[in-house]
Design a protein around this ligand. Structure first.
Ligand code: IMP
Length: 204
């Protein structure tokens, strides 16, 4: 089964391929030669996920899904949230983004935070949303080379190491994206069973 994932982020494609496994084939935007930038202009994760999925499905008339993720920190009233990619400026520089978060958290006792992913699936003319959350806390210093983005400063609940220190395997067992993907996969499987034995997500 071929599924289009409306993202240009190679880290996310790698993670989702790892999560779904064979026989599904995940196609990212570069695999379908999509080069139009999709600006994330909505004020929340839900809006941006829907905007990305619809941009592709409306233009190409294919079913596809998109996701938006944010790191939500209690002490910072939910920031960086929807602004996670560009928290320290336009360049999506993970080191600078983490440095800004750590600076703003200086002296704070409440380090609780969560990663939240929203997946929007545009299929057969309808939109479906799936949420995945992993709770944890913000470390005092970055640690680990694995993952991407804020992984080195996020310690998931029940662990004493950051996402950056966990293997891809371990992160994928508990991550926000994995939890949202799990719901997406269950939905697609159930939908396929109800509708036809061979639901093709791509109508191309
Ligand atoms: P996006 O807008 O969904 O692409 O993601 C926003 C930003 O959140 C990314 O640029 C990363 O900095 C961060 N992010 C998203 N997912 C993860 C993750 O799994 N680990 C760490 N940071 C992430």
């Amino acid at each position: 089964m071929k599924i289009i994932f409306a993202t240009s982020n190679p880290n996310k494609i790698k993670e989702v391929r790892h999560l779904l496994g064979a026989p599904s084939e995940i196609l990212g935007l570069s695999d379908i030669n999509w080069s139009d930038p999709i600006e994330e202009t909505e004020p929340d994760l839900e809006g941006n996920a829907m905007l990305k999925a619809l941009a592709v499905s409306n233009k190409l008339e294919v079913d596809c899904f998109a996701e938006d993720t944010g790191l939500e920190i209690n002490f910072l009233q939910g920031r960086p949230g929807v602004k996670s990619a560009r928290y320290a400026g336009e360049n999506n520089d993970a080191v600078k983004n983490m440095a800004r978060v750590l600076e703003e958290m200086e002296g704070s006792d409440d380090r609780s935070a969560q990663f939240r992913t929203i997946i929007a699936l545009s299929m057969d003319g309808a939109l479906h949303l799936f949420e995945g959350i992993v709770r944890g806390r913000i470390a005092h210093n970055p640690a680990g080379e694995g993952g991407f983005g804020y992984d080195p400063i996020f310690i998931p609940e029940g662990f004493d190491r950051s996402f950056g220190e966990l293997s891809a395997e371990d992160k994928s067992k508990i991550s926000h994206r994995a939890r949202a993907m799990e719901k997406l996969v269950l939905f697609i499987e159930a939908y396929a069973k109800c509708k036809s034995p061979e639901l093709q997500l791509s109508r191309k």
